[in-house]
Design a protein around this ligand. Structure first.
Ligand code: CO
Ligand code: CO
Length: 372
């Protein structure tokens, strides 16, 4: 499986006339090799030659054994110890990957991940190094998920839905946002998650008007809407779901905006099919809210791709006219935010199928009145 991913990367490097790809520990390295490291202060780089042949891995000696055990593709290892430093190991890896004279070669590097430390080390090892941004090239490869990836995502969805069910059942007037947040975090682990995809958001009452609210000590009050946005990680892959519930009976405007967001969410999911664009899905969801008179209060894109990371291409937003292909996973998460008053967001995880789209999240979307 990962050998196929590597071959697709090599084809992409060749079609862009690049000599190779240099990766540091991040989601793309995990995707291609199975190696999942935290980017530390010791130089760790994998050079993938466009000419083919095994990737060359420069690695701290203390990580060498773990890397060889975890790697899902054959690699050559160039380990270095703390006393000697990485310079000689990197030089040997460059020679193995690019040949004895690597001067002036062009490598793809990730502008959104690589640090100055890695870039300077490569520049020192390869005089006259040229670099190009690898981020779009790798994003395009990762956008379409294979069966193994989809299975991990579906498990991550099941876990977060179990956790959300448990959490919503605990809601009572007087609980704080932070208390509810801790329940979500723990329930995700109890349900089998490797952790949260991101720090969950519990936004109650007027705080629900802020899409990126930081959980506070505010206590839930009767009539509040509460937005809970959370995700689980499983097998390296993530889920991302939002539901909005009412604590006791909500007011008429809260009900009205809930109904609009619910219909916008359905319209966005209904517009998802092979060949549809992120722009078209965004437009379908947004039209419902605009026609309902709340267009100015839907203040973010309709969704985002996800997989190994919580935010990946494709953006479900005006201007993204690229046709979506089967296997692409993304969120549909319209919202309405009334400053100082309240807010609603309903977020689902969707995959494009051969003839349409399927919501991986199946948690009920009708307004739940809880804990009053
Ligand atoms: Co979310
Ligand atoms: Co999201």
């Amino acid at each position: 499986m990962d050998q196929q991913r590597l071959e697709r990367v090599i084809q992409a490097l060749r079609s862009h006339r690049l000599d190779g790809l240099a990766l540091m520990p991040d989601a793309n390295l995990a995707y291609l090799s199975g190696l999942s490291f935290h980017p530390g202060k010791r130089l760790t780089l994998v050079l993938i030659p466009a000419a083919g042949g095994p990737p060359c891995c420069v690695i701290p000696a203390l990580e060498h054994g773990r890397a060889e055990a975890a790697a899902r593709i054959p690699m050559r290892y160039f380990a270095w110890g703390d006393a000697e430093g990485p310079t000689a190991a990197l030089a040997a890896a460059v020679a193995a990957a690019l040949g004895p004279d690597a001067r002036g070669r062009t490598l793809a590097v990730e502008h959104t991940a690589m640090r100055v430390m890695e870039l300077r080390a490569l520049e020192a090892a390869i005089p006259g190094l040229q670099t190009r941004d690898a981020t779009p090239l790798l994003a395009a490869l990762r956008m379409v998920k294979d069966a193994e990836e989809l299975a991990a995502i579906e498990r991550a969805v099941q876990i977060v839905e179990t956790a959300l069910q448990h959490t919503i059942a605990q809601i009572r007037v007087g609980m704080t946002e932070r208390a509810l947040s801790r329940i979500v975090s723990e329930a995700i682990i109890v349900a089998g998650g490797e952790g949260e995809s991101f720090e969950n958001i519990v936004a109650s009452g007027p705080n629900a008007a802020n899409p990126h609210h930081s959980n506070s000590e505010r206590a839930l009050q009767p009539g509040d809407l509460v937005i809970i946005d959370c995700g689980a990680r499983y097998g390296g892959y993530i889920s991302d779901i939002t539901r909005t519930v009412a604590v006791g009976e909500p007011g008429p405007e809260a009900r009205q905006i809930y109904d609009l967001v619910l219909r916008a969410n359905a319209a966005g999911r209904a517009a998802a099919r092979p060949g549809a664009s992120g722009a078209a899905i965004d437009a379908a969801a947004r039209a419902v809210i605009t026609q309902g008179g709340y267009g100015p209060y839907f203040i973010h894109r309709t969704g985002h791709g996800f997989g190994l990371e919580t935010h990946e291409p494709p953006n479900i937003v005006a201007g993204n006219d690229e046709p979506l292909r089967p296997g692409t996973t993304f969120t549909v998460e319209p919202g309405i935010y009334l400053p100082g008053v309240t807010g609603v967001r309903i977020e689902d995880d969707v995959v494009i199928t051969a003839d349409g789209a399927r919501s991986l999240t199946t948690f009920g979307r009708e307004l739940r009145i809880v804990g009053g």
